[in-house]
Write a protein that binds this ligand. Structure first.
Ligand SMILES: [Zn+2]
Length: 250
């Protein structure tokens, strides 16, 4: 059964006009019975006070495209795996009652809120999206489209694989791309090469102009946390649970 493991980010929970949180369980269609998934989603989102029909789920492409979402997108990807919102890894909305979701199992979910302009956003950043700066692109788009002041944006970097566990092979192609973008987030240790997605995501937000005091890092590693979180790295193809991060205005 899906249960809410972290009700919220401490910084984001100070704003009563939004609902945000992290859900864990059999909440994606992969390796699961679709009817069970919909029932699990209904229950899990209801635990946060969210009507499932108002949720928007993107397929996620491991890129850095972001899109402005509105009420007409509600329900995308919620009941039918063929109906995911396609072509994006980031979503932004000004509309009330539109709940944006990122699904992960090691990749980095980042939730954003500008309490002055009342704009919410969310991004999915795997190693590729991190190197392509989907987080930075998201906040810059908040500024471009909704005139958000970067100094007001609160960001929450959610549970994801930490630098403690994200070991890659020496010949892995991802090193070159990632190292080019974030040379100081690649650590060569005796046992192998480790990527620090947390630091790389925080760095690009600071680079964009988000204030350090407005960035919260969960620092919960999906691979080794005692919370027994879903981890693609640890579980491989048999994985059937996911982490769903959600944010939206009431
Ligand atoms: Zn770890």
């Amino acid at each position: 059964m899906a249960k809410e493991i972290i009700s919220s980010s401490k910084k984001l929970s100070k704003f009563p006009d939004i609902i945000q949180g992290i859900l864990v369980g059999r909440l994606m269609f992969y390796n699961n019975d679709p009817r069970e998934v919909v029932a699990n989603r209904k229950r899990a989102f209801a635990s946060l006070g969210i009507d499932l029909k108002k949720v928007v789920i993107q397929r996620q492409e491991h890129g850095n495209k972001t899109r402005v979402i509105s009420g007409k997108d509600q329900g995308a990807g919620v009941f039918d795996p063929k109906a995911y919102l396609k072509g994006t890894d980031g979503m932004i909305t000004k509309d009330k009652g539109v709940f944006l979701v990122v699904h992960t199992a090691d990749c980095v979910p980042i939730s954003f809120y500008d309490p002055k302009k009342k704009i919410v956003a969310i991004a999915h950043a795997g190693w590729k999206g991190t190197a392509d700066k989907v987080g930075k692109k998201s906040v810059l788009k908040m500024k471009e489209v909704f005139n958000c002041d970067l100094k007001n944006i609160i960001a929450y970097i959610g549970p994801s694989i930490g630098p403690c566990c994200y070991k890659i092979e020496n010949r892995d192609k991802k090193i070159t791309k990632f190292k080019k973008a974030f040379p100081d987030c690649v650590h060569e240790k005796a046992k192998g090469i480790y990527l620090d997605l947390w630091k790389a995501n925080k760095k690009q937000l600071l680079e964009a102009g988000v204030l350090e005091r407005n960035i919260e890092e969960s620092k919960i590693c999906t691979c080794c946390s005692k919370l027994d979180l879903p981890s693609h790295y640890r579980e491989g193809k048999k994985r059937n649970r996911s982490i769903l991060s959600v944010i939206g205005r009431r």
